[in-house]
Design a protein around this ligand. Structure first.
Ligand code: EPZ
Length: 418
């Protein structure tokens, strides 16, 4: 299996371009299936999860062309509404195709996505919402067979939790609903706004995206459109954590400042400095970061759960003790034992609270990535550790970070992929 080798100790300096957002690209590529005709999607990151989404589009009959970071998709010949188990298994977030296939065909047959490394990942909110839109759903043998025999109804849907995926599936299914769909307690993440922006270009009328109440009125017919995906705020925070761990000063170009509003205060509390020059973030790390007393992951605009692991990696060498509470996923501390192998002093209490006692130094070790963000955290820690670290199972990282070793090497890190 491929691995990443890091010889720690080099401070980072230089500039890196920020990739397009994985968590925006996936729902927008699903939306391509709901829109008839040609869509051109720019700034689409080159990730294994994106490749999996493109395979699903081809499976249902779309013609796909990839030119660098641009995807040209012609969905006019799409004629299937089933996603085979093999493709569903490649990427559990393919559940977001459910709403798109229902909008396009009034039918969808997918496998239950099941859990993943970070938690059980239930989809009850998705299914309850779709049932309230007049979708009949039968779960048999691990398959979800969904049908809107009398068409999809709009209406008022209130989510008990602002689920990103459930909000996206409702937005997609509502593209062929009769009447207006109003989602209350909707997710407010920037990726929701980006999906709404694409759907509006395809003809939909959507107001309130990014707020807790979204109103959606579908067009007569959803047609393909051209769109540029927003940059990836989580990968931006990954580069920040790498610089904070290794020391140095970096520039990250292509950021959207407001997307980093929930993240910057945590890095500033740790003693890092952030300045913005238009869409460029200038980020400077202190020689040793300070502890951050308490961090709690929350839905946007709270501190993002996807940045929890990388911030923990940074705080492993902080002056003092930091407390990190993971409120979103039930199994998102799998990077802790791996960081402990590198000399970190971290204990987990009640399964959701990590007490991070900062140590003077981390040392290289052989560690294993257990999930995407946990794997990124191990790379960040390795950059600031003394000696050589080998990170295994790096396919997890490639799901969400485009060629992480190339970007970090360009910033002066001694890092390579084997
Ligand atoms: C999206 O996952 C992201 N993935 C995740 O990023 C991100 O961590 C998460 O949102 C929260 O921001 C994509 O966008 C592809 P949720 P999603 O539905 O939609 C519970 C990464 O590393 N829940 O907001 O699955 C769920 O168990 C990934 O890039 C239900 O109980 O997140 C969790 O506790 C990881 N029932 C919480 O809600 C449901 O029907 C948040 O889930 C749905 C969710």
């Amino acid at each position: 299996m491929k691995k990443i080798i890091v010889n720690g100790g080099n401070p980072l300096c230089g500039s890196v371009d920020l990739q397009g957002s994985k968590n925006s690209a996936l729902p927008i590529l699903a939306a391509v299936a709901a829109a008839d005709g040609i869509s051109v999607i720019h700034n689409c990151p080159d990730l294994t999860d994106v490749t999996a989404a493109l395979k699903i589009l081809e499976h249902i009959g779309c013609k796909i062309k990839r030119e660098g970071h641009t995807v040209i998709a012609d969905s006019s010949c799409a004629n299937r509404f089933d996603i085979p188990e093999s493709l569903m298994r490649e990427m559990r977030s393919s559940i977001v195709f459910l709403g798109a296939l229902l909008a396009r065909f009034g039918n969808a047959s997918v496998s239950s996505p099941g859990g993943c490394e970070i938690g059980l990942r239930p989809i009850d909110l998705h299914l309850n919402a779709l049932r309230s839109m007049n979708v009949q759903i039968s779960e048999r043998g691990g398959r979800l067979n969904c049908k809107a025999a009398q068409g999809i109804n709009g209406g008022n849907i209130s989510l008990s939790f602002p689920s990103v995926g459930a909000t996206e599936n409702i937005m997609l299914a509502s593209m062929s609903a009769r009447g207006e769909t109003v989602v209350t307690n909707a997710a407010r993440e920037p990726e929701i706004i980006d999906l709404a922006s694409f759907l509006q270009k395809c003809g939909a009328k959507i107001s309130g995206a990014g707020q807790s109440v979204i109103r959606i009125n579908p067009p007569e017919k959803l047609t393909g459109a051209e769109h540029t995906i927003i940059s990836d705020r989580i990968v931006a925070s990954t580069f920040m954590a790498c610089a904070a761990s290794a020391g140095g000063k970096i520039a990250v170009s292509g950021v959207v400042r407001e997307h980093l509003d929930p993240i910057i205060p945590v890095f500033e509390a740790a003693g890092c400095e952030s300045d913005f020059n238009g869409r460029e973030l200038i980020f400077k790390a202190p020689s040793r970061v300070s502890r951050v007393k308490s961090i709690r992951t929350m839905p946007y605009p709270g501190f993002p759960t996807d940045s929890q692991a990388i911030v923990m990696a940074m705080l492993a060498k902080a002056k003092g003790t930091s407390i990190i509470t993971e409120k979103i996923f039930e199994n998102r501390f799998r990077h802790v034992p791996e960081l402990v192998k590198m000399g970190a002093d971290i204990r987990v209490e009640d399964g959701c609270v990590a007490v991070v006692e900062g140590v003077e130094e981390l040392h290289g070790a052989k560690v294993t990535a257990c999930d995407l963000r946990g794997g990124s955290a191990l790379v960040a820690a390795a950059l600031g550790a003394a000696g050589k670290t080998v990170v295994e199972e790096i396919h997890h990282i490639d799901r969400g970070c485009e060629a992480i070793e190339k970007s970090l090497s360009a910033l002066g890190a001694d890092i390579k992929r084997e």
